[in-house]
Design a protein around this ligand. Structure first.
Ligand code: SAH
Length: 224
C-alpha cells in the first residue's frame, strides 16, 4: 500500500460510510471470489463515499454501481476488484492507462496500489470532479479530457491498460500502446451482452481470456 494516501476526517466516514461499512464490503467481495489481498486492502481503505454524490453516500459500500451524473456510473466494487485483480496477476504494472475516469474511483484504486496512472475521460465535468477528489486524497494521477478510444499516444507504451466503458469491439490503437508482455482488461460487446476480456501481448501475438459477463456504460466517441 502506498503511504501517500491522505485521509481527512471526512474521508474516514462514520456509520454507513465508516470503516465497518468498508470492512463488510471487503468481506462480501471475498465471499464473491476476490482473493488478491492488495486489491481488498485498497478497497477497504479508499473512501468510495467521496466519489459519489452526498445524497447517495449511505449506499457507497453496497456492492452496486451508482449514478455519478451525466448518465454515467461508478462501477460496482466487485467489477473494480475483478478488473484490478486481472490487471496485476503477473505483478503490479508500473504505468497504467485507464479509459473512462468517471468518478476517479478505479484510478484511485490503481494509484493506491502504487501504479503510475494515466486516465482519459470524455466528459469534462466528470473529469474536473474526479481530479479534485484524487488531489484531496493526495493521489498523483495524470488525466486528460479527450476521447480515449485512441489511447494517450504521448505517454505510450503502457504496461497495462484498463477500459471502463463497453465498446462493440476493442480499439486496435489501444493494443498498439501496450508493451510486449503487457495486459489489457476491457469490457467488449453490445449493450446487452458484454464480456470482460483480458488480453496479454506476447511475442507470438495476443492471448485472450474471457473473464465473464459484465455490464458497463457504453464507450462513446467525441468529447462533452
Ligand atoms: N472508472 C470509472 C467508471 C466510470 S463509467 C469509475 O471508477 O468511476 C465509464 C466512464 O467512461 C464514463 O465516465 C464515460 O463518460 C467514460 N467514457 C465513455 N466513452 C469514453 C471515451 N471514448 N473516452 C473516454 N472516456 C469515455
Amino acid at each position: 500500500m502506498t503511504p501517500k494516501l491522505r485521509l481527512q476526517p471526512e474521508a474516514r466516514g462514520i456509520g454507513m460510510t465508516g470503516q465497518r461499512a468498508r470492512d463488510r464490503l471487503v468481506l462480501r467481495l471475498r465471499e464473491q471470489g476476490i482473493q488478491d489481498e492488495r486489491v481488498l486492502s485498497a478497497i477497504g481503505t479508499l473512501p468510495r463515499h467521496q466519489f459519489i454524490d452526498e445524497a447517495l453516500a449511505s449506499r457507497a459500500y453496497e456492492d452496486t454501481a451508482l449514478p455519478i451524473g451525466l448518465g454515467q456510473t461508478i462501477s460496482q466494487p466487485w467489477v473494480v476488484a475483478r478488473m484490478t485483480e486481472a490487471l496485476i496477476e503477473q505483478g503490479i504494472p508500473k504505468r497504467v492507462l485507464e479509459i473512462g475516469t468517471g468518478s476517479g474511483y478505479q484510478a484511485a484504486v490503481l494509484a493506491t496500489l502504487g501504479m503510475e496512472v494515466y486516465t482519459v475521460e470524455r466528459i469534462d465535468e466528470l473529469l474536473r470532479s474526479a481530479r479534485r477528489r484524487l488531489r484531496q486524497l493526495g493521489l498523483d494521477v495524470r488525466s486528460r479530457h479527450d476521447d480515449g478510444r485512441l489511447g494517450w499516444s504521448e505517454h505510450a507504451p503502457f504496461d497495462a491498460i484498463i477500459v471502463t466503458a463497453g465498446g462493440a469491439a476493442l480499439e486496435p490503437s489501444l493494443l498498439d500502446q501496450l508493451v510486449e508482455g503487457g495486459t489489457l482488461v476491457a469490457p467488449v460487446g453490445g449493450a446487452t451482452s458484454q464480456r470482460l476480456l483480458r488480453m496479454c501481448r506476447t511475442p507470438e501475438g495476443i492471448q485472450q481470456q474471457d473473464l465473464g459477463a459484465v455490464v458497463f456504460v457504453p464507450l462513446l466517441s467525441g468529447v462533452q
